[in-house]
Design a protein around this ligand. Structure first.
Ligand SMILES: Nc1ncnc2c1ncn2[C@@H]1O[C@H](COP(=O)(O)OP(=O)(O)OP(=O)(O)O)[C@@H](O)[C@H]1O
Ligand SMILES: [Mg+2]
Length: 324
């Protein structure tokens, strides 16, 4: 019996780690068997400050996926954000590689998470005509510009959706988790005649009321900052008008209510959309979300890389290329 071809992807984000295990069929199409998620421990401000904690989180995410998949894996493709403030990307990459090895897994490769997400979200046509993919994560925002079928520019900012929650916490004198709740409930929408928001103070002893428009202004100014920085990054490579594919947003930050109209306005692109992975089947509704685009894209990437390494004939490759 032919050996099964199993691929594992591990997206190490600043807020959560997601592991995906897929079986690559004879047609080259990865079929997801299991997914696992757990909070990221041991990483702060772009640096691994607790290797043991990070190693534990990685093991936990992999174990959850292995249990669902009923498979044991040996090798992983890893994706991580690139915006690193303190130590620099190379140092972080080495630290991350170390934590992966400490789990007993073999590291195939580390790639930027926005590049992994592109595998799950962008079509050949998107890549050919010119499209920017923006991954709005917890502590980072990354973009990748594709044109003429190639990746032509990547850029990463050390600011993400968690900054919106901490701005709300700071300005409204409440906790980060309250900031997070308000961000998700309100987004950039302006409800007509909305009631005041009830928030708990730091320490949770008293409830206060704040106007939704005040909260919205706080959210808006941070989102605007992220989008303006993204626009500057796009300008390093091209004019936004020269990207007919427009901007595709992904990552948990892309779920912010009302993001798209503001993004279209600031970035001056022809079209904007949210990219949610739908090309490969996922084991349940929960996983159909931009939050998991990088992890899912990784198994598509891994399937391709393994194929290239194995040097098989082109029929397999042709099929694979159709869905990337
Ligand atoms: N419905 C929602 N509305 C607004 N923001 C949301 C929503 N759901 C999730 N988020 C935000 O998305 C962020 C997490 O996104 P994601 O899971 O892509 O991060 P990550 O991959 O761990 O981080 P990074 O890519 O920076 O390493 C959190 O700040 C969270 O508050
Ligand atoms: Mg991410």
């Amino acid at each position: 019996m032919a050996r099964r071809h199993i691929v594992c992807g591990l997206d190490v984000g600043t807020t959560k780690i997601v592991s995906v295990i897929a079986e690559v069929g004879p047609n080259g199409y990865p079929q997801i068997l299991g997914m696992g998620e757990c909070p990221t421990l041991g990483i702060r401000k772009g640096s691994v400050f607790d290797e043991t904690a990070l190693t534990k989180s990685i093991s936990q995410a992999v174990l959850l996926a292995e249990t669902m998949a009923k498979e044991t894996i040996e090798k992983v493709y890893v994706a991580s954000p690139v915006a690193i403030q303190l130590t620099g990307w190379e140092v972080f990459e080495e630290q991350l590689a170390n934590s992966v090895r400490l789990t007993g897994l073999r590291l195939a490769e580390i790639i930027p998470s926005v590049v992994a997400a592109a595998e799950a979200l962008l079509t050949d046509i998107d890549k050919k005509i010119g499209t920017v993919l923006m991954d709005l994560g917890g502590s980072t925002s990354s973009l990748a510009i594709f044109d003429g079928g190639l990746l032509v520019h990547t850029y990463s900012l050390a600011v993400g959706s968690e900054h919106i929650s901490s701005d709300l916490a700071l300005c409204l004198r409440t906790t980060i988790s309250e900031g997070e709740r308000i961000k998700k409930a309100l987004g950039l929408s302006t409800p007509e005649a909305a009631d005041d928001l009830e928030i708990s103070s730091v320490g949770g002893h008293e409830q206060r009321k704040v106007s939704p428009s005040a909260a919205r202004d706080i959210i808006e100014s941070r989102v605007k900052e992220i989008l303006e920085l993204a626009l500057q990054a796009i300008h390093q490579s091209c004019r936004p008008e020269s990207l007919p594919g427009g901007a595709i947003f992904t990552g948990g930050g892309s779920l912010l209510e009302g993001l798209l109209p503001m993004a279209k306005n600031v970035l001056q692109v022809s079209q904007v959309s949210i990219g949610s992975p739908g090309k490969v089947g996922v084991p349940g509704e929960k996983w159909i979300s931009p939050v998991y685009a990088s992890a899912i894209g990784l198994v598509i990437y891994g399937a391709k890389r393994d194929f290239r390494r194995s040097g098989r004939t082109s029929g397999w490759r042709q099929v694979l290329d159709k869905f990337t």
